[in-house]
Design a protein around this ligand. Structure first.
Ligand SMILES: [Zn+2]
Length: 404
């Protein structure tokens, strides 16, 4: 089973834009209403037995069950019978909004994300049609339930044999977009470990470094765009609130944000393809992104958008038949890739790895990438003949292979 998302720019009529905008607002209200219900329930339960009731009034009867996706869907259906605002929106679209809230709660419980927040006007940017009939796409038009035929700019062919699973309608600064999730019933064979491998280290002074010494710098145009963004944002804050000048500049800011995101994504694909050119196996350190982003490196991590890069690299490898594996990232910068001895912690300013035991000297990030490579090769059952000119050669596993 293969899922892919195709994105098209819509060319809606002004009536259709009106409908989309209205639906987003109705979805936002449903979201906020459901969130209120859940929040109130949690508040009423968080009251300690011995605490006084002045601060947290016990307003919800004790036997009331915690609101769930299912229970909220039920009350939504009941409300929709009498509420004309809700009737204008397809019921499945509204249910998906509730599902989105449910997911926000699940990621709070499971991934320690924050408590879901209320959505301010204009901040609900997308809604989903979870189910569509066959043949809703014809030429460069798509038939959306209750909306009718909407034209789009067909920037790429939709392949035959794919089933349309869902459509997400997204509002961006540059207009309305449709994200089509397509599914193929094909079995993609897993790529088996083969050929030459490289390890990849991601960092702050460089975007990424490969174990053979290839550097991928942080993209330069980026800094320029970010400076421009800062200037624009400052000019927004100087303009009178609610004025049309402020709104115009705000639109410019959002467009620039999108442009930066696009440039970043392109760069990620570029690096991914370059890495795939280098080897048939790619090993990447399994950074705990969340932990890093919270720590002192926070802003840098999120700026670099590593989460997206990792996903893109994985996707790119699969497309091109390159084996991909995450390996343990523990202490990659504290081990000598040549003699495998722990050489101790390096300061961030220390740019060179120079082993006090075997004398091996190389760039600090290259050394880390080489450790990643060794671990990766060990994980797929290869041992390594160590490194001349920054290359590792995979050998069949022997008894004396390093115990990583
Ligand atoms: Zn050494």
């Amino acid at each position: 089973m293969l899922n892919l998302t195709y994105e098209f720019k819509l060319k809606p009529t002004s009536e259709q834009v009106f409908i989309f905008t209205d639906w987003l607002e109705q979805c936002r209200r449903v979201y906020n209403h459901a969130l209120t219900e859940r929040k109130d329930w949690f508040k009423s339960r968080s009251c300690q037995i011995n605490a006084c009731s002045l601060r947290s009034e016990y307003t919800i009867p004790a036997e009331t069950k915690r609101p769930t996706y299912a229970s909220q869907c039920k009350s939504l259906t009941a409300n929709r019978k009498t509420n004309s605002n809700l009737q204008r929106v397809q019921s499945q679209v509204l249910q998906q909004t509730l599902l989105r809230l449910e997911k926000a709660f699940v990621s709070m419980w499971e991934q320690k994300h924050g408590f879901p927040r209320f959505k301010k006007p204009g901040t609900m940017r997308s809604f989903v049609f979870p189910q569509l009939r066959k043949n809703v796409v014809q030429g460069s038009t798509i038939k959306l339930p209750m909306v009718g035929w909407v034209k789009f700019r067909q920037s790429r062919e939709i392949p035959d044999g794919a089933t349309l699973r869902q459509v997400r309608i997204v509002r961006r600064a540059r207009g309305w977009f449709a994200m089509l999730t397509l599914q193929w019933d094909v079995i993609i064979p897993d790529v088996m470990p083969h050929g030459e491998g490289i390890g990849v280290d991601v960092g702050i002074s460089h975007f990424a470094v490969a174990s053979n010494g290839r550097f991928f710098p942080n993209p330069q145009p980026f800094k320029k765009l970010e400076r421009k963004l800062k200037l624009l944002q400052r000019s927004v804050s100087r303009k009178v609130k609610g004025s049309s000048n402020r709104k115009k500049t705000q639109v410019k800011v959002s467009k620039l944000h999108e442009r930066i995101a696009n440039v970043r994504k392109n760069y990620h694909w570029l690096v991914a393809h370059n890495l795939c050119d280098l080897a048939r196996m790619i090993f990447l350190e399994d950074l705990n992104l969340k932990r890093l982003a919270r720590g002192f490196l926070g802003k840098h991590c999120l700026d670099a958008g590593w989460g997206q890069f990792f996903q893109i690299l994985e996707q790119c490898c699969r497309k091109r038949g390159v084996f991909f594996l995450y390996v343990d990232s523990k202490k990659t910068s504290q081990i000598c890739p040549n003699c495998l001895t722990e050489t101790g912690k390096k300061e961030l300013s220390e740019r060179v790895h120079s082993c006090q035991y075997c004398g091996y000297t190389t760039d600090r990030d290259v050394a880390a990438a080489q450790v990643v490579l060794i671990r990766g090769l060990a994980a797929v059952g290869h041992t390594v003949k160590m490194l001349s000119e920054g290359k590792a050669v995979a050998l069949p596993l022997t008894k004396e292979s390093p115990g990583f």
